[in-house]
Design a protein around this ligand. Structure first.
Ligand code: PSU
Ligand code: MN
Length: 308
């Protein structure tokens, strides 16, 4: 891929040329989602998890106004330490480029960049969705899922969101929500939400087959795979609900909105759970990296019959 605003690492260029399995990883979780130093530890551990499961990790971020696909360890360190990085979604790419800024790519931003580079599989923690605090705060992650043909592995949408409304919007936008070994849409820190997925599939091979069928039908958008957090690290919905309500009330009281809302809620819930939600967040991220690598390998095996 040749584009003046993109820079692929030598490792990713090689993997793309070989047709080897690649997993894209987002970087807003590093710049805005997790505190230091856990953000750097997590970034490294996600990459290792992908490698240990037979795929090449492509962390996607902006450095000096370049869209970078695949980062070196020094670059991961820089991103994790930078205090003034942007949170980059679709509308922010040109901002970051003209200002030669550093930035973390959101789920929407990472889907865009991964797709431009020809990477089909992407692992994140939880996608954005419809917020409770404001009727118009709907993450652009949802629109991107409807427009960009990437398979996104997540642990559901973040529990801080209006989950029924988020699922309604995904349905309206025609985005399949696949439950991995579950009928229930997981709620990020919790395995349960009381809400249904649109299809349950029980193996990476079945998920790869599903994506192949979806895209061979000419569907233009993404496939969302919801992978519940491992039982051991999960926090029950009933324990979390009062803390989410408290954090949400504080956000409204303090007038926090827009791009700052999700980072505020995540860090407040971490304080309220005395660090338990941070542990859960890290566990689910690693769990998603593992499943994404397995799916990428299966999709590779089917590549010859792909239409796109
Ligand atoms: N998953 C996590 N932590 C995060 C995110 C995902 O475990 O911080 C990020 C993703 O980059 C996602 C963003 O796109 O949160 C959602 O932000 P917003 O609600 O402002 O669209
Ligand atoms: Mn938002």
């Amino acid at each position: 891929m040749k584009h003046p605003n993109f820079q692929l690492s030598p490792e990713i260029t090689r993997a793309l040329n070989l047709g080897a399995p690649i997993v894209a990883l987002e970087s807003t979780v590093i710049t805005h989602g997790l505190p230091r130093p856990q953000n750097l530890e997590l970034a490294r551990a996600m990459e290792k998890q992908v490698r240990d499961n037979g795929a090449t990790p492509a962390t996607i971020a902006l450095l000096d106004g370049k869209i970078r696909i695949g980062l070196s360890d020094e670059e991961l360190v820089r991103l994790s330490e930078s205090k003034s990085t942007l949170k980059v979604s679709h509308r922010d790419f040109a901002t970051a480029i003209v200002k030669k800024a550093d930035g973390g790519a959101t789920v929407a931003g990472t889907m865009y960049a991964a797709n431009m580079a020809g990477i089909k599989v992407f692992a994140t923690g939880g996608i954005g969705g419809v917020h409770k605090e404001s009727a118009f705060d709907i993450s652009t992650d949802l629109r991107s899922l409807s427009e960009i043909p990437t398979l996104v592995v997540c642990a559901g949408a973040k529990a801080i969101l209006d989950l029924p409304a988020t699922l309604e919007v995904l349905e309206t936008l025609g985005v399949p929500v696949v439950g991995y070994q579950t009928d229930e849409f997981p709620a990020f820190y919790s395995r349960e939400s009381g809400l249904n997925v649109s299809a349950r599939l029980d193996s990476p091979a079945e998920i790869a087959e599903f994506a192949k069928v979806h895209w061979n039908l000419g569907m233009k958008g993404g496939v969302l795979v919801a992978n519940p957090i491992p039982e051991k690290e999960s926090i029950s919905k009933s324990r979390l609900e009062p803390m989410i309500a408290k954090a949400s009330a504080e956000a409204i009281e303090q007038g926090i909105h827009g791009q700052a809302l999700t980072p505020f809620l995540l860090s407040r819930i971490n304080e309220l759970t005395k660090g338990k939600s941070l542990k859960a967040n890290i566990a689910l991220l690693l769990n998603n990296a593992r499943l994404a690598a397995e799916i990428a390998k299966e999709m590779n095996a089917k590549k010859k019959v792909w239409a796109i």
